[in-house]
Ligand binder design. Structure first.
Ligand code: NAI
Length: 339
């Protein structure tokens, strides 16, 4: 991937925060020695901003804190560019970055297939009780009682936010024989034509969907879109899947819905308080979060730790685009991934 004339001036020092083992090799290979990358497993937060002193760029992931004060601190240390290794940018104070002339770029699309396929994995594992079935078999319990699922064929799935990921999900679910309802501000005629998708309003989707999957970005308008009021509008026993952002869902309202049976199944890859919890091994700690602790007590809840993106294809695309964004910044040209 090229972007204009290469500047041979000097390597650009970049601090990679929240550098996970699973992504390091991809970044090193994509970089091919072009930029001076320094990897740190710790996230960006106020106490770790000093690591970026003397660096021109930092690269951050979904749970790093790039709020106003932290951006000010980075700016004071000389940082001019933030390369997000994510599509979502709800964790970055963009106005503050703009005010301080810090450029920010993201990876707009690295694999919508990875996320959509994970949403389907959650649906199927919940529907067919795969986790419980696997545990039973390992205990030599081959009984089937309590493992009954349902045919996906003929079920109505409501997709909220039908952009890149939602579009792939529609394609997969069309293959299952599902009826697909969608809510989005923009209608995509191709999805209607190819997958028989029907655009509708929120109330109809809530009323008719057997499964609801969230694929909108987290914004002021979508924050807590799933709350007590909207849960009450859903079909009794609905399956709710969230692979988008945790704070789309009011977790306490969802717990109340699970307790009454209004929500029949819950699949989460994201959680509103996931920062400081997800991506890390806390197996030796005492869990302080009573909300996730309650969620984990339900047999019909399946939680993964923000891993929907985690495929080889996605990691390679994230690494290549991040290095491309660093290249473009270094060459001081306008580039398409800047936000
Ligand atoms: P996209 O931008 O292609 O699609 C989002 C869609 O939501 C757009 O069509 C937009 O018009 C629609 N939308 C926005 N506000 C809406 C509203 N209030 N009501 C209805 N529709 C609305 O984004 P993409 O690539 O499909 O990603 C969706 C989200 O998935 C991201 O914002 C990110 O938060 C999340 N994500 C999660 C990952 C994971 O590993 N769990 C990985 C990648 C993305």
């Amino acid at each position: 991937m090229g972007c204009g004339n290469a500047s041979k001036r000097r390597n650009m020092k970049t601090i990679i925060y929240s550098a996970h083992k699973f992504e390091k090799e991809f970044l090193v290979n994509a970089n091919a020695g072009k930029h001076e990358l320094e990897f740190f497993e710790i996230p960006l937060k106020m106490e770790t901003t000093q690591l970026a002193v003397a660096a021109r760029a930092v690269s951050i992931f979904v749970n790093d804190d790039a709020s106003e004060k932290i951006i000010e601190k980075l700016h004071a240390g000389g940082v001019e560019f933030i390369a997000l290794r994510s599509a979502g940018y709800n964790h970055v104070a963009l106005d503050k970055a703009k005010q301080l002339d810090i450029k920010v770029a993201r990876v707009p699309a690295y694999s919508p297939y990875a996320v959509a396929e994970h949403a389907v994995a959650l649906m199927m594992a919940l529907n067919r009780n795969l986790i419980r079935a696997n545990s039973r078999v390992h205990e030599l319990n081959f009984s089937l009682d309590g493992l009954t699922g349902f045919d996906m064929n003929g079920k109505t799935v409501g997709i909220i936010g039908i952009g890149q990921i939602g579009g792939v999900l529609a394609k997969i679910l069309n293959g299952f024989g599902c009826k697909i309802l969608a809510v989005d501000q923009i209608e995509n005629g191709e999805l209607i034509e190819k997958y028989g998708l029907v655009y509708t309003d929120y109330d109809t989707l809530y009323k008719e969907a057997d499964i609801i999957s969230l694929h909108v970005p987290l914004t002021k308008a979508t924050h807590y879109m799933i709350n007590q009021h909207t849960i009450n509008k859903m079909k009794r026993g609905v399956m709710l899947i969230n692979t988008s952002r945790g704070a789309l869902v009011n977790t306490k309202a969802v717990i109340a819905g699970l307790k009454t049976g209004q929500i029949g199944y819950l699949g989460l890859d994201v959680y509103e308080e996931e920062g400081g919890l997800f991506f890390e091994d806390h197996s030796g700690d005492i869990l302080q979060d009573d909300v996730i602790s309650r969620l984990l007590s339900f047999a019909n809840v399946l939680i993964t730790s923000h891993q929907a993106f985690l495929t080889n294809t996605a990691l390679q695309n994230i690494a290549e685009t991040t290095i491309y964004n660093l290249d473009c910044f270094e060459k001081q040209i306008e580039f398409k991934n800047q936000i």
